[in-house]
Write a new protein. Structure first.
Length: 381
């Protein structure tokens, strides 16, 4: 089958986590014998910022890391209808321009492809009017990356059918690297963003690290990677003793995880308050790398993991500091959590699992199961 993905960007993961998942899904589709291509706007903010900060070298690094993946840029004069006519399945990400979302829907009336709308953000609750204005009547179904988000679509009447399709780890890229030498204690990879978790980062990252560094004979070596850190945030990192390193390409993250003792998860407030059960993709990727994970509170209401075995929750700053110290002092504890988290990812949360789920969704929508390829069934064995 020929899959076409409209994404904000496949090439750039600058403040764009959906690129991580899409790359893994496309790789798996190709592995199973399908065709997979991506389209992205020629002046998208993620790629524009990446090129502005890191130049063509960052684009070349993507091509080196993912030589099998292809993405074509489109501009105002691009012939979408001709491209759509050659597709069997079209997946349109929610960052796509609303006019283009509608145009693709109209093309669906004339062509025989299955059309899916893919939402991996919180705008359905934080910018509901914008999402309600999207023209989804011609879309066969919505793919939402959490059941709470799916319920939002169902209750609002957005889309004909709604399926929950969680993100997952590309375990061909994210896996343990025991041969790597440890270079630091804590690594956090995340973006500061739009003040959606500033308080939480202070409570669960900055304060515990600063406290431990004061109490220990040797300060905690904590490394931070990400973008969109304002001056005040950078000052706060420095004051707490954390080293900021800027953007890191997602293909380099497994090496970064392998060089540290543990990592943390600090969810954004809109997910905690309005969309429970949705972790960021970094949780899947970290556990896939076999690095112990400490997390600020969130409600795993869908049972994606087993908290207390796969990772540990910290209820407040003091508890986070204590758990950090426990992990730093206890190698067996680190190994146990790493093993449990990795086993859960491999059993349930890889891009291979998600592709099989996608093929099942397509089958339920009437796509001829034979065209979904026998290789998909073989991959599940």
């Amino acid at each position: 089958m020929r899959f076409l993905f409209y994404t904000h960007s496949l090439v750039s993961d600058w403040n764009h986590g959906n690129a991580h998942f899409l790359r893994g899904v496309m790789k798996e589709l190709l592995k199973q014998g399908h065709e997979a291509h991506a389209l992205e706007p020629e002046n998208g903010w993620s790629r524009r910022n990446l090129e502005s900060e890191h130049g063509e070298a960052a684009i070349a690094a993507f091509q080196h890391a993912f030589p099998m993946l292809k993405s074509q840029c489109y501009g105002p004069d691009f012939n979408h209808e001709a491209t759509l006519a050659g597709a069997d399945v079209v997946v349109v990400h929610e960052w796509t321009d609303p006019d283009l979302v509608a145009r693709i829907g109209r093309a669906r009336r004339e062509e025989d492809f299955t059309l899916l709308f893919h939402d991996t953000h919180h705008r359905a609750v934080s910018a509901g009017e914008d999402m309600a204005a999207l023209e989804l009547a011609d879309y066969d179904a919505v793919l939402a990356f959490g059941e709470a988000l799916s319920e939002r679509y169902r209750k609002a009447g957005w889309g004909r059918k709604v399926f929950t399709w969680h993100e997952a780890a590309d375990d061909t890229l994210f896996h343990p690297m025991p041969e790597m030498e440890r270079q630091g204690d804590l690594v956090w990879i995340g973006n500061w963003g739009d003040d959606e978790r500033s308080r939480e980062l202070a409570e669960f990252l900055l304060e515990p690290v600063a406290r431990l560094s004061r109490e220990r004979a040797v300060p905690v070596q904590a490394d931070i990677h990400g973008v969109r850190y304002p001056a005040l945030a950078l000052d706060a990192l420095g004051a707490a003793g954390l080293a900021y390193h800027g953007w890191i390409a997602n293909a380099e993250v497994p090496h970064c995880f392998a060089a540290h003792a543990f990592t943390i998860h600090v969810p954004r407030r809109p997910y905690v308050d309005h969309l429970p059960g949705i972790p960021t993709i970094r949780v899947f990727e970290a556990l896939a790398c076999g690095i112990p994970l400490l997390s600020a509170p969130w409600n795993d209401c869908e049972g994606l993991f087993t908290p207390g075995k796969d990772f540990l929750f910290a209820r407040n700053s003091g508890e986070m500091a204590r758990l950090m110290e426990d992990l730093l002092q206890d190698a067996a504890m680190r190994q146990a959590f790493a093993a449990e988290g990795l086993a859960t990812i491999r059993a349930r949360h890889t891009c291979r699992h998600r592709v099989l789920e996608l093929l099942d969704i397509l089958s339920s929508l009437g796509v001829d199961r034979r065209s979904l390829s026998l290789q998909a069934g073989e991959a599940a064995e």
